[in-house]
Design a protein around this ligand. Structure first.
Ligand code: ATP
Ligand code: MG
Length: 259
C-alpha cells in the first residue's frame, strides 16, 4: 500500500513567481517526514505539488518530476483526480462537510471517485476508516448525526478517516494540529505513529517538538528573502536535524534563533 516518493528538480510557480526552486527529495514508504521552515518558505506550496492540488489555482504550474513508486504524477495522460485518490490530504482547519452525517463524511471521497458500494461494504468501510482514525468508539452511536457536531479534534480525526477511506498510499498533512488543543494534538500524533505502518506520511508543522516526536526524517526549507524562492536546505534523519545539522541556517532555525 505505502509508496515511495521521489522528487526530481522540481520548480513550483504561481504565474511568473517562482515560489519553490529546485527541490530534490526521496521519501521512503512507511515513514513520517516532517517539513519545517519559516512562514512563506513554500512548505504548503511544495506539499500540494505531491498530489497535484497546486495546479487547481489559475496560473499555477510545476516543472520537474514527482515519482510515486517510479511513476511520474505529472506524466502525459495522468489524471489528477486519480492521483488524489492515491495521495490523500488533510488540511490545517478540520473541514468536514458540516451538514453531512459522520457516516457520509467518511464516504464522501469514495463517492467522489464514483465508486459504487453496497450498504454492507459501506458500513464496513465506515467502521474500518473510523477505527483507523481512532474515532470509532467515540462516534459509533451517532453516525447519522452531522459532522459539525464533533469537537475540533474529533473533526480532524473525521477528516483523517475520510482521507483513509479511499485507500491512499500517501497521506499529506498541512499543519493538522495547529487549530487543536494539546490533548487532541497528542491524539493526532499517536495516530500518525500508527498510520505510518500502512502509509507514507508527510506532515508540515511549525511545532519543533511535534516534528521531533512524530517524524523519522525532517526537511528544512528556507527563503533568502522576500520575493526569493523557497529552497530545501537540509534533509536528514530527524535526530540529526535537531541535534547535529550540517547547515548553519538549519541550526539557527531549530534552535529558535530565527524564523
Ligand atoms: N495562491 C497563491 N498565489 C500566489 N502566491 C502564493 C499563493 N499561495 C502562496 N503563495 C506564495 O508562495 C510562497 C510560499 O507560500 P506557502 O504558503 O507555500 O508558504 P508556507 O511555508 O506554507 O508558509 P506558512 O508557514 O505561513 O504556512 C509565499 O511567497 C506565498 O505568498
Ligand atoms: Mg503553509
Amino acid at each position: 500500500m505505502s509508496k515511495r516518493i521521489d522528487v526530481k528538480d522540481l520548480n513550483v510557480y504561481y504565474g511568473n513567481f517562482l515560489a519553490v526552486q529546485d527541490v530534490n527529495i526521496n521519501i521512503e514508504p512507511r515513514s513520517v517526514t516532517a517539513f519545517i521552515g519559516p512562514s512563506g518558505c513554500g512548505k504548503s506550496t511544495f506539499l500540494r505539488t505531491l498530489n497535484r492540488m497546486h495546479e487547481v489555482l489559475p496560473g499555477a504550474r510545476v516543472e520537474g518530476e514527482v515519482l510515486l513508486d517510479g511513476e511520474n504524477l505529472y506524466g502525459p495522460g495522468v489524471d489528477p483526480v486519480t492521483v488524489r485518490s492515491h495521495v490523500g490530504m488533510v488540511f490545517q482547519r478540520p473541514n468536514p462537510f458540516p451538514t453531512m452525517s459522520i457516516r457520509d463524511n467518511v464516504l464522501a471521497g469514495v463517492k467522489l471517485n464514483n465508486k459504487r458500494i453496497s450498504k454492507a461494504d459501506a458500513d464496513d468501510l465506515v467502521e474500518r476508516s473510523l477505527t483507523g482514525a481512532n474515532l470509532w468508539k467515540e462516534v459509533r452511536d451517532r453516525l447519522d448525526k452531522p459532522g459539525s457536531g464533533l469537537s475540533g479534534g474529533q473533526q480532524q480525526r473525521l477528516c483523517i478517516a475520510r482521507a483513509i477511506a479511499v485507500s491512499p498510499e500517501v497521506i499529506l498533512m498541512d499543519e493538522p494540529c495547529s487549530a487543536l488543543d494539546p490533548i487532541s494534538t497528542l491524539a493526532i500524533e499517536d495516530l500518525i505513529e500508527e498510520l505510518k505502518s500502512d502509509y507514507t506520511v508527510v506532515i508540515v508543522t511549525h511545532n519543533m517538538q511535534q516534528a521531533a516526536r512524530v517524524s523519522d526524517k525532517t526537511a528544512f526549507f528556507n527563503i533568502a528573502g522576500t520575493g526569493q524562492p523557497g529552497r530545501l536546505i537540509e534533509y536528514a534523519d530527524t535526530p540529526v536535524i535537531f541535534s547535529n545539522p550540517a547547515e548553519k541556517a538549519t541550526e539557527d532555525y531549530v534552535s529558535g534563533r530565527f524564523g
